[in-house]
Design a protein around this ligand. Structure first.
Ligand SMILES: Nc1ncnc2c1ncn2[C@@H]1O[C@H](COP(=O)(O)OP(=O)(O)OP(=O)(O)O)[C@@H](O)[C@H]1O
Ligand SMILES: [Mg+2]
Length: 386
């Protein structure tokens, strides 16, 4: 998997940029606040279906602080998006276009966000309905300092990690998860209003159980399979990194059959009514990480936590290759500076022969001197310097 070219227009602080990537290590360097993370975020849209730092696409559209400045790229956006976009011409758009290549050939994807919060997408010139339709073709592993939360944060952070990673590999997973979460939401709404609900409304409670049990069995089987592979790689990476002194483990005890879930939901029925919410199921799954048998969340040192988070991300890349035959693109947002030289060198050796896009505030780090392409980010301009 290789990103070939990224084109940005009015994306966050970037008025216009075009980046042609090398197949090896690409470095984007520059001072704080210049547009480095914005660039990675844009690439990652095509892997995750949406921008990872925001819930509202409005934020993606460049705010120009010069009144009356013409909107850049409007004509192109109009041509690509067809009638509906043209009708909304008064709004401003951010445009992100990515050309990439995988084993099945070249592809061009585009994402447009409008300042009124709407968005649209094109895959090879064809309009696609939702961000989810992007997921599964362009594959990337994003790695930023916030990923320390994978170890330090609550179970919801690890569930989200699993959900995003598995969705990129298994096209059915996201659908199953969305259906399940929608049922839980509806069931919870019913449980919240339970005491004032009519008997006929109450009768709806059990109608959710078969559907939820079916999806829960699928979701937990996929998570179990993923957790087993991730556990294997995390152990190996940490063992290599620490010469075998640190022993982490990823534990997930979720695999149950549809019948098991049916029984569990039935058994918890009264408790759910008492508490006014669905108290068990994959939306409450725990995925624990231990080191030397103790929970890494509270016992591991900062450096150990960071290494485990890194190992999980490398595992994500390995599992991707194992299941779909090629490595994803690795997007490393400013993580090298936090590592000691030994761990830095180890990480770079793990990423040998893969496409990597790295951001950094400096371009003097030894590991980055041999980068195949170098871009400088300055005030929203991203210029190739090598
Ligand atoms: N919609 C927008 N319009 C204009 N500017 C924006 C928009 N969204 C974000 N920005 C600005 O983009 C700038 C660059 O953000 P980015 O996170 O890419 O910086 P960075 O180069 O990664 O910096 P750091 O080294 O601190 O991580 C920020 O100053 C932010 O205010
Ligand atoms: Mg940044």
């Amino acid at each position: 998997m290789h990103a070939i070219k990224l084109k940005l227009e009015n994306y966050r602080n970037i008025a216009a940029a075009e980046l042609e990537f090398s197949r090896g290590v690409n470095l984007i360097y520059g001072a704080n606040g210049q547009g480095k993370t914005n660039t990675l975020e844009a690439v990652n849209i095509f892997a995750q279906g949406r921008a990872f730092r925001t819930r509202s696409d409005k934020e993606l559209v460049r705010r120009t602080f010069e009144p009356g400045e013409p909107l850049k790229g409007a004509e192109e956006i109009k041509a690509a998006g067809g009638k509906q976009l043209a009708a909304a011409k008064a709004a401003e758009y951010a445009a992100v276009l990515l050309d990439f290549e995988d084993r099945s050939g070249k592809a061009s994807y585009a994402y447009y966000a409008s300042s009124d919060g709407r968005n649209s997408r094109m895959a090879n010139g064809v309009r696609v309905r939702s961000g989810a339709d992007f997921i599964g073709r362009f594959r990337a592993v994003l790695f930023s300092p916030e990923h320390l939360e994978l170890v330090k944060g609550g179970p919801n952070v690890r569930r989200a990690f699993f959900d995003i990673a598995i969705s990129q590999l298994d096209p059915l997973y996201l659908g199953s998860l969305s259906r399940y979460l929608r049922m839980v939401e509806q069931r919870n709404a019913l449980l919240r209003g339970w005491h004032s609900a009519s008997e006929s409304t109450k009768a709806a409670l059990d109608t959710y159980t078969p559907g939820m049990a079916k999806e829960a069995a699928y979701i937990t089987a996929a998570r179990s399979k993923y957790a087993e592979s991730a556990d294997k790689y995390v152990r190996k990476v940490i063992s290599d990194m620490t010469s075998g002194t640190e022993k982490p483990a990823l534990n997930y005890d979720g695999r149950k059959s549809e019948q098991d879930f049916q029984q569990i939901f039935d058994a918890m029925r009264q408790r759910d009514i008492d508490r006014g919410t669905t108290t068990c199921g994959p939306h409450r799954d725990e995925l624990t990480i231990t080191i030397g048998g103790l929970p890494a969340r509270s016992f591991a040192s900062q450096g150990q936590q960071r290494s485990i988070a890194l190992a999980l991300k490398l595992a994500e890349g390995e599992i991707c290759r194992e299941r779909c035959g090629e490595y994803p693109v690795f997007l490393l947002d400013d993580i090298l500076s936090e590592l000691d030289p030994g761990r830095r060198a180890y990480i770079m050796s793990c990423l040998n022969n893969r496409q990597v896009i790295i951001t950094s505030c400096e371009n003097t780090m030894d590991e980055l001197k041999s980068a195949d392409s170098v871009f400088r980010a300055e005030g929203g301009r991203i210029v190739k310097v090598r």
